[in-house]
Design a binder for this molecule. Structure first.
Ligand SMILES: Nc1ncnc2c1ncn2[C@@H]1O[C@H](COP(=O)(O)OP(=O)(O)OP(=O)(O)O)[C@@H](O)[C@H]1O
Ligand SMILES: [Mg+2]
Length: 268
């Protein structure tokens, strides 16, 4: 065999982002919520999105789920350009990307265990026994197994959040979107939810986007953080870069958050 000189290996193509906005704009009538927003989330990364109320954080998550379409720009989720996807295609996306809603959105008439089992039963590929094993494993991980046979109405808001996280994980997603996982719960429960999210982050290899007002949660979980402000992406970077930034808008946001957190009482 002739020893052909090996062609120089082409440099490996950059891995596609798991989630991305490419020049995304979204308005509701005259209300221009997002304007020309671009950022990426790499596979395995946790990105925290911060910003004031009404700035478009929940809208951003709904764009990643395909529940909303952008007016301009492209939306990438699970490494696919989903901008023009049909309902049927989005159903397949939702096997890979799940969302923990701001409200929790549990089924009131189903027990905790049945709520967590629901996505698995929908899929129909597992036996009852296999489903029970997965559900118990998730309830253990989220430390809520003792509530398995309770109805959600009997649980605190914080415990309902934990159930909602377990249910979102039951679908064995590759990506998870959390909308304000720690609002409306007492300071002690904030700590518990943050601990659980960190545990999930370490035990399950997921790409996560966490929408939060709470800079402490963003500091704990975020590989990088985003600040949305006045319809624009104002800042993106690591927590260290955030702390080193001279941007007056970012500094004001962080200072105001310190005051809010201090008023909410000691936490960490
Ligand atoms: N379906 C909709 N129709 C009309 N306006 C909408 C719709 N969804 C969101 N909006 C508007 O878009 C803006 C951004 O809403 P969004 O829910 O993303 O805010 P947010 O950053 O999540 O705020 P919060 O921190 O209060 O949850 C708001 O002005 C809201 O009223
Ligand atoms: Mg919101």
């Amino acid at each position: 065999m002739a020893a052909a000189s090996a062609p120089s290996a082409p440099s490996a193509p950059a891995a596609p982002p798991f989630f991305a906005f490419e020049h995304v704009s979204k308005a509701f009538g005259a209300n221009r919520v997002l304007e020309d927003v671009s950022f990426t989330v790499a596979r395995g990364e946790t990105l925290c999105i911060m910003g004031r109320s009404g700035v478009g954080k929940s809208v951003s998550l709904r764009l990643f789920m395909g529940f909303l379409k952008p007016d301009q720009g492209r939306v990438i989720a699970a490494e696919n350009d989903i901008t023009d996807w049909s309902e049927a295609q989005l159903t397949r996306l939702h096997e890979k990307v799940t969302m923990v809603f701001q409200s929790g959105a549990l089924f009131d008439s189903l027990t905790v265990g049945e709520n967590v089992a629901f996505p698995l039963e929908q899929r129909g590929s597992l036996s009852e026994e296999e489903i029970a094993t997965v559900v118990d494993g998730l309830l253990d991980m989220l430390e809520i197994r003792r509530y398995r046979d309770e109805l959600p109405a009997r649980l605190s808001t914080g415990m309902k959040r934990a159930v909602a996280i377990a249910r979102a994980l039951a679908a064995r997603p590759e990506g998870i979107l959390y909308d304000e996982p720690t609002t409306m719960v007492d300071p002690l429960m904030v700590q518990t939810i943050a601990d659980l999210m960190q545990k999930v982050q370490h035990q399950v290899k997921l790409t996560s986007v966490v929408v939060t007002h709470d800079t402490r949660l963003a500091r704990r979980l975020g590989d990088r953080v985003v600040l949305l402000h006045d319809s624009r992406l104002r800042f993106i970077g690591t927590v260290a870069e955030m702390d080193a930034s001279d941007d007056p808008v970012l500094k004001t946001f962080l200072a105001e958050d310190e005051v809010t957190l201090a008023a909410a009482g000691p936490r960490s």
